[in-house]
Design a protein around this ligand. Structure first.
Ligand SMILES: [Zn+2]
Length: 403
């Protein structure tokens, strides 16, 4: 099967029509294989497995040449459609109405992949292969647990000797219109469970018990105030949210024995995971000594903290050539140099940054994960032109940097 890969609309239609809800491949990687093979890519599709999580198929495609190596990264998996009856057009139909193409993954992020495929096809048609290598690192596990996805795919490729000079990740980065924003870093994310051990007893005899909710209030107060920082040059202030509370009580007249809280912190480059953990423990230890809410007790609050595995590390891309090249490519096509942002949730850039500088630019993200996810057909053309410009300019910049 061959198709017109220079047309992002046709490419995206093919991809949307593959129902690739995580963990299903849904035909999306096969479709991509069919598009990239005729362009001369060598393609591998490793499947990764782990305990308690579904096997995931991934794709690594490389077009080899002499010179620097540019990676395009993304994911073909999509989130579930939710209430299918609520969609105006079926979620895997790729229907076009009033200049919009509808479908799950339209902006997050089959659209980004389609535009890069089309951009490369156009570039090659005009200029021949770039003076270097281009690879697609595409996972089927970004929206799911992300255990058998980009992290393992990068390890797998690096173990084969693959190295990269720069990466562009095609997640939707623009809040309202094309050209608004690129992402040059991401905040870190750290989660933990705070458990407090009290002593169960009768509410009428509190001196014989130790109510853990008194300690919980003090300890959470210490986490919530004062703020961890006021933000930095490139990042918003770090922020903590307490998102679950649990008190194992039994009856109106029973003081419970245990209380716990789950929290999540999105943190900036004031901290790393270790220094942030140390600060949290320092605050909790100090609060555990505070008897304001436990005036009749003569012992410190007994607590423990369990850190959730695999925190995301904060990072900031400092590769000026990559940032400048992409920013100028966006400016040439849209007329605006995009804001350099580090806002929003984590992305697979958190894994890629360990291998090469990474930057993110894609479509307008307003409808991602929603019913009636859609992309403006005009935006597909704009992003394709941005990527085509970027491919040309990046190889020029990277080649002159190397010589
Ligand atoms: Zn995404």
């Amino acid at each position: 099967m061959t198709q017109n890969t220079t047309d992002p609309i046709a490419v995206l239609r093919t991809l949307i029509q593959c129902p690739s809800v995580t963990p299903d491949e849904g035909g999306a990687l096969s479709a991509l294989t069919d598009m990239l093979s005729p362009m001369g890519f060598s393609i591998e599709r490793p499947v990764f497995s782990d305990e308690d999580t579904p096997d995931i198929e991934n794709l690594y495609a490389r077009l080899s040449g002499n010179g620097p190596h540019l990676m395009f990264a993304g994911h073909t998996d999509v989130v579930p459609v939710g209430d299918e009856a609520a969609w105006t057009n079926p979620p895997f139909s790729a229907a076009i109405k009033d200049g919009m193409m509808y479908g799950r993954g339209a902006v997050d992020m089959k659209g980004g992949i389609a535009c890069f495929v089309a951009a490369l096809a156009r570039y090659v048609e005009k200029n021949g292969n770039p003076s270097g290598s281009i690879s697609f690192l595409i996972t089927g596990d970004e929206e799911g647990p992300a255990i058998n996805g980009s992290k393992k795919l990068l390890e797998w490729a690096a173990a084969k000797g693959e190295t990269w000079d720069g990466c562009i990740l095609g997640e939707p980065t623009n809040p309202d219109t094309m050209g608004d924003m690129m992402k040059i870093g991401r905040r870190g994310s750290l989660s933990g469970t705070l458990r407090i051990n009290g002593t169960q007893g009768h509410t009428a005899y509190p001196h014989l018990a130790d109510n853990p909710t008194r300690s919980l209030v003090s300890l959470l107060d210490a986490l919530l105030y004062p703020a961890f920082d006021e933000g930095t040059e490139n990042f918003q202030p770090s922020n903590i949210e307490v998102n679950m509370l649990d008190v194992v009580g039994g009856a109106m007249n029973v003081i419970p024995a245990k209380a716990s809280a789950v929290f999540n912190i999105r943190f900036n480059d004031t901290w790393n995971v270790d220094t942030l953990k140390a600060e949290i423990e320092r605050r909790l230890n100090a609060a555990a000594k505070d008897r304001k809410l436990r005036p009749t007790k003569n012992n410190d609050t007994v607590f423990d903290i369990e850190w959730r595995e695999q925190p995301s590390h904060v990072f900031l891309t400092r590769d000026d050539a990559l940032i400048d090249t992409l920013g100028k490519s966006v400016e040439k096509i849209t007329g605006r140099f995009p804001e350099q942002s580090t806002t929003g949730g984590t992305s697979d850039a958190r894994f890629i940054k360990d291998y090469c500088p990474v930057i993110e630019f894609g479509l307008v993200g307003q409808t991602m994960h929603k019913v009636d996810e859609c992309v403006a057909v005009d935006d597909l053309e704009t992003l394709t032109r941005v990527y085509e410009q970027f491919i040309g300019d990046w190889f020029l910049a990277a080649t002159s940097k190397a010589t």
